[in-house]
Design a protein around this ligand. Structure first.
Ligand SMILES: [Zn+2]
Length: 383
């Protein structure tokens, strides 16, 4: 029997093949320069049509609450395999899969990926979004800065969105797509925003990490999400460029900034959307007001409650977590002219019983922007 080929030589790929025998693959996520245990992996397998296979991940329980994500069309569309095929093992976790008789390349991943190709598809359908270059990554890639101009003259607001400070956190990008689409939509909300605001978005802050398939979380010596620090220059070109732009934008126009993330793999807080509470009392108070508004106005499939807000000092959200540096939301909140800044954690697979899919994540992005309209309207005079 010729063994099929397993590899990760494609954008976003990440796997180490330890052993391959008929029907069994022993694998582990490639943590690369991650200094902590993390769970991102993505691989493809070819020529296993009709066969039953067991995939053993031997570096901890790196399968999430809806099982692995799977694609039968080269990574264009994805579905969850569910937990029925998953069992925990002494070394980690394993899942089994019977390949369809007509299967070609099949991809499996910890979560549904969002890569350059996904962004290109989104932008192809949104010609009003201008594409600029924030900077070049260390590996020479263009880091996109998306701009949605204000049609009403000088903007009263700038809404700044960032995703992938931690490059494996893919679900954040569908929420970002929804937020941008909401501002472009032929709706009262869209019209309100287009008249008053310019939207600016950096979809891939850790650009190289996204395409290389890195975990990106706890990257040595620190990751992009901790690269905003007092007393030292930024390590990464993307965070340095974004910090500089943000200061300039806020000097001209009140800014609202969102930093979109995905949380831990499972468990309390990680199977619900939540805001990460700021240690700045005035920012935390604004977050609480926004949480109330969003909870009252959100009617999407994702349940969001006014206490889906992890106050500073609780759980992982303590000073110790920011020893290496600040996140973007905290940095933004401290800048003069920034009216509101927050980060959001968007689960990989489960939002209070609702299985995560791109459509629901986009819908939630719309809900954020609708709530933000009321927020900006009522807080505008305070900016
Ligand atoms: Zn993150």
């Amino acid at each position: 029997m010729t063994l099929p080929q397993i590899d990760c030589a494609f954008p976003g790929g990440n796997i180490k093949v330890e052993r391959l025998e008929p029907g069994v693959a022993v694998l582990r996520q490639d943590r690369r320069d991650t200094t902590c245990w993390w769970f991102h992996w993505a691989f493809r397998i070819q020529a296993a049509a009709g066969q039953m296979w067991r995939f053993e991940l031997v570096d901890g329980d790196a399968v999430g609450t809806r099982g692995p994500a799977c694609s039968l069309d080269g990574g264009t569309t994805w579905f969850w395999l569910g937990r029925e095929c998953v069992e925990t093992t002494s070394a980690g976790v394993a899942f089994s899969y019977r390949f369809p008789e007509d299967a070609g390349e099949v991809r499996f991943a910890f979560a549904m990926p969002y890569l350059q190709t996904d962004l290109e598809m989104f932008l192809a359908n949104q010609p009003q979004i201008e594409r600029q270059v924030l900077c070049h990554s260390r590996q020479g890639r263009e880091v996109e800065l998306l701009r949605l101009p204000c049609t009403g003259g000088d903007p009263a607001w700038r809404v700044v969105l960032a995703a992938r400070h931690h490059c494996c956190e893919s679900v954040a990008n569908w929420v970002m797509e929804g937020m941008l689409a909401a501002a472009l939509a032929p709706t009262a909300v869209g019209g309100w925003w287009r008249q008053r605001a310019e939207f600016l978005a950096v979809p891939f802050v850790d650009k190289d990490g996204v395409e290389n398939g890195d975990q990106g979380k706890c990257r040595h010596p620190f990751d992009h999400g901790r690269d905003y620090a007092d007393g030292r220059a930024p390590l990464y070109p993307e965070t340095g460029a974004l910090a500089q732009r943000l200061v300039a934008w806020a000097a001209a126009t009140p800014v609202i900034a969102f930093d979109l993330h995905c949380p831990w793999i499972r468990g309390q807080w990680n199977e619900q959307v939540y805001m990460v509470g700021s240690s700045r009392p005035e920012t935390a108070a604004a977050q609480a007001r926004f949480a109330n508004l969003l909870a009252a106005t959100n009617h999407t499939g994702w349940d969001y409650r006014s206490d889906d807000f992890l106050a500073h000092g609780q759980s992982w959200n303590t000073a110790a977590n920011y020893r290496d540096g600040k996140g973007f939301a905290r940095f933004a909140a401290e800048q003069p002219g920034v009216a509101f800044a927050t980060s959001f954690e968007i689960p990989y697979a489960n939002v209070r019983g609702q299985t995560v899919c791109p459509e629901d994540a986009r819908a939630f992005g719309h809900a954020i922007v609708a709530a933000l309209r009321i927020f900006a309207d009522t807080e505008g005079t305070q900016a």
